[in-house]
Ligand binder design. Structure first.
Ligand SMILES: Cc1ncc(COP(=O)(O)O)c(C=O)c1O
Length: 462
C-alpha cells in the first residue's frame, strides 16, 4: 500500500478500509494481487449488480472494440446509444407503462442529481428543494446541499443553500412524518418556502440501509402531487434490480417525475448516468446541461446487454429468492445476538444489520476482512503452476465451500454458546458474516452502525 499512501491524495477512503491491492474480479469474487479471494458484499456500492466482468457483456465489449466502435462521442448520435435507447424503451419503460425521456448526464451519480435539481428548479421557477435526514445524493455542491452527512457537507467550504432537510420515515418515532411534511407545506407560517421538489431514496443506502415502507412512499407521492411539487427518485444505488424490481419504486406503484439512475445502469461498472424525465417536464434548452463524457459508448453497449436480464420476470424471482435466503440467515443471527444486533434493515438484496453497541459495526467489518490465516485460494501464477500443494489447498477450499453453503452463518454461531456470555471479541467474530478460510468478505459499514448492505451481486455468493 506504500505507493498509494505516498502518491495518492489523502482523500482516498475505501483503500483505507480495505488496505490491500486488488488485481482482478469475477462474478461476486474479488482477488488481491497475492491471489487471496474475497466475496464482494460491497458490489461497488451497487455498481456491479450483474457481477464483476460478466462474461456475456465482456465479450460484447471486446467485439465492439475490435470493430472500431465509437468510444467517445459527446452527445452525438451513435449506433450504441440508439441500441440502448431502443432496448430501454422496449424492455424497461413500455412494459411498465412508463413514459420518460432519457437524458444522458455526465457519467456520475452526482451529476445526474445536479441535472435533476436544475431541471426541477427550471420547471417550477422555485429554488427550494426538500431532502430527508440521512440522505446521500452525491458530493458536488448541488447534490451535497441535499445530502445529510455533516462531515461531507463541511467539505463544501461554502454555505449549502436553497434546500431543507425533513424527517424520513421513522425519524420522529411514533409521529407520522408524512403528516409532519404536510404541516410544513400547508401551514403558511411554517417558514418553509414552497419547494420545487422533494428528492428521495426509497432505501437510504449510504444513510444506514433504511428502507421506506411502500405505503409511506405512496403517501409521499400523493402529498406532493396534491401540492404541485415534483418528486425526484434517486435510484442511483438501489435501482437496476438491487431491491428485486428494476426500479426500486415499482412495488409502491408510484411514478416519480424525475428518476436518477447510475451505478449499475451500465451493467459492467463503466461510468454512465441517466435522468428519466416525464416528457412534459423536458424543458431544457439544447446544451443547458452539457458535459464531455455523456457519450460513453462502451457503457451503452453493456447497458443495452444488461437489459436482457429484464426480458421476463425470472431475474426478479431469483433476486427475491436470494433476498429471502439472506434475510433468513440474518434473522437467525439476530435471534442469537438480540442484545447486539437488530433490527434488520433494507429491501431485496440491499440488507443491513443494525449493530447496537457503539463501534461494533466497524469491528465486525474489520473482522470479516481480517488478515488471512495464511491460506490463499489461488493466485494467477500458482493456479497455472498447479503444484501438488496448491491442488491440496484447492481441495480443502472446495470442501470448505460445500460446508459453507450448508452452514454459512450458523457455523459461526454454534447454538450451544450463549451469546450473552460471549466476550466482545468472540461476539464480533460471530457477527462477522464471514466466508470460509482463504476468502475474506468486503462489507459496507457506515456511521449509522450498520454492517452488511451492498449484499451480493446477481451472480451471488450466497
Ligand atoms: C443514492 C445515491 N445518489 C447519488 C450518489 C452519487 O453517485 P456518484 O458517487 O457516482 O457521484 C450515490 C453514491 O453512492 C448514491 O448512493
Amino acid at each position: 500500500m506504500e505507493i498509494f499512501n505516498t502518491l495518492e491524495s489523502e482523500v482516498r477512503s475505501y483503500s483505507r478500509a480495505f488496505p490491500v491491492v486488488f488485481e482482478r474480479a469475477v462474478g461476486s469474487r474479488l482477488y488481491e494481487e497475492s491471489g487471496r479471494e474475497h466475496i464482494d458484499f460491497f458490489s461497488g456500492a451497487g455498481t456491479v449488480n450483474y457481477g464483476h466482468n460478466n462474461p456475456v457483456f465482456k465479450e460484447l465489449l471486446i467485439d465492439y472494440l475490435r470493430s472500431d466502435g465509437i468510444t467517445h462521442s459527446l452527445d452525438m448520435a451513435t449506433t450504441a446509444k440508439r441500441d440502448f435507447l431502443i432496448r430501454f424503451e422496449r424492455v424497461i419503460l413500455a412494459p411498465r407503462g412508463l413514459r420518460y425521456k432519457v437524458q444522458f448526464t455526465g457519467p456520475t451519480g452526482t451529476n445526474a442529481v445536479e441535472a435533476a435539481l436544475k431541471l426541477a428548479r427550471k420547471v417550477t421557477g422555485r429554488s427550494n428543494v426538500l431532502y430527508f435526514h440521512n440522505a446521500y445524493h452525491g458530493l458536488t455542491l448541488g447534490a451535497l446541499a441535499v445530502t445529510g452527512n455533516a462531515s461531507k457537507r463541511k467539505g463544501a467550504g461554502v454555505p449549502l443553500l436553497h434546500t431543507m432537510p425533513v424527517p424520513f420515515e421513522g425519524d420522529l418515532g411514533e409521529r407520522d412524518t408524512i403528516e409532519h411534511l404536510r404541516t410544513l407545506l400547508e401551514n403558511p407560517s411554517s417558514g418553509v418556502d414552497r419547494p420545487a421538489a422533494v428528492i428521495v431514496e426509497t432505501v437510504q443506502a449510504e444513510g444506514g440501509v433504511r428502507a421506506a415502507s411502500l405505503a409511506w412512499l405512496q403517501r409521499l407521492a400523493d402529498l406532493l402531487r396534491e401540492h404541485g411539487i415534483l418528486l425526484i427518485a434517486d435510484d442511483i444505488q438501489v435501482g437496476c434490480g438491487r431491491t428485486g424490481t428494476f426500479f426500486s419504486f415499482e412495488d409502491a406503484a408510484i411514478v416519480p417525475d424525475i428518476v436518477c439512475l447510475s451505478k449499475s445502469i451500465s451493467g459492467f461498472g463503466l461510468p454512465m448516468a441517466i435522468l428519466l424525465i416525464r416528457p412534459e417536464l423536458d424543458v431544457w434548452s439544447p446544451g443547458e446541461h452539457n458535459g464531455t463524457f455523456r457519450g460513453n459508448n462502451l457503457a451503452f453497449v453493456t447497458a443495452a446487454a444488461a437489459l436482457d436480464y429484464w426480458e421476463d420476470g425470472s431475474f426478479t424471482t431469483e433476486i427475491l429468492r436470494k433476498a429471502d435466503l439472506t434475510r433468513d440467515r440474518l434473522t437467525k443471527l439476530t435471534a442469537r445476538h438480540p442484545h447486539l444486533c437488530g433490527p434488520l434493515r433494507g429491501r431485496g438484496l440491499i440488507q443491513g444489520l443494525h449493530l447496537k453497541p457503539e463501534g461494533l459495526a466497524e469491528q465486525v467489518a474489520r473482522a470479516a476482512f481480517r488478515k488471512p490465516s495464511a491460506r490463499r485460494t489461488r493466485s494467477s501464477s500458482s493456479c497455472r503452476r498447479s503444484s501438488s500443494k496448491t491442488r491440496r489447498s484447492r481441495r480443502v477450499s472446495t470442501s470448505w465451500k460445500k460446508r459453507w453453503s450448508r452452514c454459512w452463518l450458523e457455523r459461526r454461531c454454534p447454538s450451544s454458546v450463549a451469546p450473552r456470555l460471549l466476550p466482545n471479541r468472540q461476539a464480533v467474530e460471530h457477527l462477522a458474516i464471514e466466508p470460509p478460510p482463504g476468502q475474506e468478505a468486503v462489507h459496507r459499514r457506515d456511521e449509522a452502525g450498520v454492517v452488511g448492505g451492498g449484499a451480493a451481486s446477481a451472480e451471488t455468493a450466497l
